[in-house]
Write a protein that binds this ligand. Sequence first.
Ligand code: CMP
Length: 139
Amino acid sequence: MATNRTFTMIKPDAVEAGNIGGILNMITEAGFKIVSLKLTQLTTADAQAFYAVHNARPFFGELVEFMTRGPIVAAILEKDNAVEAFRTLIGATNPADAAEGTIRKKYAKSIGENAVHGSDSDENAAIEGAFHFAGREQF
Ligand code: CMP
């Protein structure tokens, strides 16, 4: 059964470009409640652990380097059917394929530097949220 929470990161490219406010505005305008929120920076070990599922992919090294090069915003979001609703809001992984009106269409530069992360399942949303936030930081 779908749960009502998902996890997101505003990635270093979007933070560097000054797009935190614009992206959070699209998220709240779409009806998501912010449950947890922080500006933080991943260490290499953090990024390797977070993206462990991709460690055999050819882009893994590039992904870890990108995700550690500057601050990110981590957030837990709440809405009915949150995982699917948020993936619709962010659009396709490759911004060239992202639909009009999506966050990646507006803010992403490339398939690697694609502005935002969205959990791909309820199970991963719970794991990824717990990776970044203690229980007392989840409202
Ligand atoms: P996301 O779906 O949030 O999590 C996995 C990330 O790997 C993805 O965003 C992209 O940032 C990155 N990624 C996926 N495919 C490629 C690719 N072909 N080349 C470089 N990076 C990629």
